[in-house]
Design a protein around this ligand. Structure first.
Ligand code: SDX
Length: 431
């Protein structure tokens, strides 16, 4: 039921076209453009800058106010008082778990962290130096070959076990991608560790010695997963939804999301931030790079700055900055040269007219890379960490879509190619 109506008059079309307007709980109203197709007209919105692709009740962003809500709860409160697995439950189920529900959910996830033994041999098909995102993409897509018992997307129980398996196994696969790349043995998950500590154990542990968890580092890792858990209809989540709309199995849909996240304009930005900071090399070189980023004739951009939706400070960046200082202090590297460059870059950019006018602020990726580097995670693993954190969000959106009636996604286009013309036999072709 529409709440208001937009009326469009189009040259050459008699009368006006009535377009229903739907109101959200909060945020912009949306104009339903479906009636346009009956008039032979499409809307045109490259990059979907002004297009609401679906209805959703999972995450809300107010880009002007720098607000991010997971099922209505502010990200600042969740980062401070909750943990990643509790947020996974919230994103999947819509409500925070009570003590019994949380205990059962954590127990279920903990008991699904191992991968099928046969999957371990899958890694051997990759060169040792393969980018871990290439490995993660391939291995997650291959998971569907191991779970024929739970691929009926119309079966709620299948959707539930698949969601649990993916949340539980993604850190194991991420750590295995790393271990494979450095030629070290895979470590089996440990059920006595919490989610983030278990991931750090599988990444940095060794069969030759005991692993001593650092609670400050584990908390920071958990917070990084939590801050990346969801972000409404971003490029990779929209990819998961589009793949899911064809009825593809959830493992294939999440693999599609991983592939989309890899790009430097999206989840690959954290890796690109570190490369940029290393390229800048010293705080004194910052003005030169800021100048390049402002030059319209130079495609160079400051990685970690700007956002399609946030035209104010990304609330996740603020929390990440605080976590960054906690980690560097704990590790006694609070004079990290890359942090000094990042701090100088942020200061200059936030005072610069170009960045103020274009409302370019540090985003989630600006500080996460510095934390990950300090923890000892190699740069090429940064987007793998992002994908690990984002998995519950991808699954929550996939589940939200396939749990209700949906249509296959099939955008149209503005065609600018040649008009109809007849085939020319090769002997008659001159050019
Ligand atoms: C993520 O969508 C999400 O929610 C994503 C994400 C999530 O959690 O899923 O938040 C995660 O992907 C964060 C973004 C990480 N990417 C980067 O840090 C890469 C650097 N940022 C830019 O590539 C850019 O800001 C984007 C891609 C993030 C956003 O691009 P938009 O919204 O399409 O904006 P735009 O490219 O049209 O830029 C607007 C203007 C342009 O100038 P004009 O053409 O108007 O003159 O701002 C300029 C751009 O040139 N601009 C920058 C800039 N980002 C935009 N100039 C210099 N440095 C930058 N980083």
């Amino acid at each position: 039921m529409a709440d208001r109506t937009a009326r469009l008059s189009v040259d050459g079309i008699k009368g006006t076209i009535e377009l229903p307007i739907h109101l959200g709980t909060v945020g912009p109203d949306v104009v339903d453009v479906a009636p346009l197709t009956a008039k032979g007209i499409f809307t045109y919105d490259p990059g979907f800058v002004a297009t609401a692709s679906c209805q959703s009740a999972i995450t809300y962003i107010d880009g002007d106010e720098g607000v991010l809500l997971y099922r209505g709860y502010p990200i600042e409160q969740l980062a401070e008082q909750s943990d990643h697995l509790e947020v996974c439950y919230l994103l999947l189920n819509g409500e925070l778990p009570n003590a019994k529900q949380k205990q059962e959910f954590v127990r279920t996830i903990t008991r699904h962290t191992m991968v099928h033994e046969q999957l371990r041999t899958f890694f051997n098909g990759f060169r040792r130096g393969a980018h871990p995102m290439a490995i993660m993409c391939g291995v997650v897509g291959a998971l569907s070959a191991f779970y024929h018992d739970s691929l009926d997307i119309d079966d709620e129980a299948h959707r539930k076990i698949t969601a649990h398996r993916l949340i539980a196994k993604i850190p194991t696969i991420a750590a295995m991608s790393y271990k494979y790349s450095i030629g070290q043995p895979f470590l089996y998950p440990r059920n006595d560790f919490d989610y983030a500590t278990n991931f750090l154990y599988m990444m940095f542990g060794s069969p030759c010695e005991t692993f001593e968890p650092n609670p400050v580092i584990s908390r920071a890792m958990d917070r990084i997963f939590l801050l990346h858990a969801d972000h409404e209809q971003n490029a990779s989540t929209s990819t998961v939804r589009l793949a899911g709309s064809t009825g593809a199995n959830p493992f294939a849909c999440i693999a599609a999301g991983i592939a989309a996240l890899w790009g430097p304009a999206h989840g690959g930005a954290n890796e690109a931030v570190l490369k940029m900071l290393r390229e800048i090399g010293s705080p004194k070189n910052v003005p030169k790079f800021v100048k390049r980023a402002k030059d319209k004739n130079d495609s160079y951009r400051l990685m970690g700055f700007g956002h399609r939706v946030y035209k104010n400070y990304d609330p996740r960046a603020k929390i990440m900055q605080e976590t960054c200082r906690e980690v560097l202090t704990e590790l006694g590297i609070d004079r990290d040269p890359l942090l000094q460059i990042a701090t100088q870059l942020e200061k200059i950019a936030l005072e610069d007219e170009y960045f103020i006018e274009k409302r370019l602020y540090p985003n989630v990726d600006f500080y996460s890379g510095i934390i990950l580097k300090a923890i000892g995670i190699p740069t090429e693993m940064f987007t793998v960490i992002f994908a690990t954190g984002r998995t519950p969000g991808w699954i929550a959106h996939w589940k939200e879509m396939v749990s209700a009636p949906y249509k296959i996604g099939r955008p149209r286009q503005l065609y600018l190619g040649p008009k109809k013309r007849d085939f020319v036999p090769i002997e008659q072709r001159t050019s």
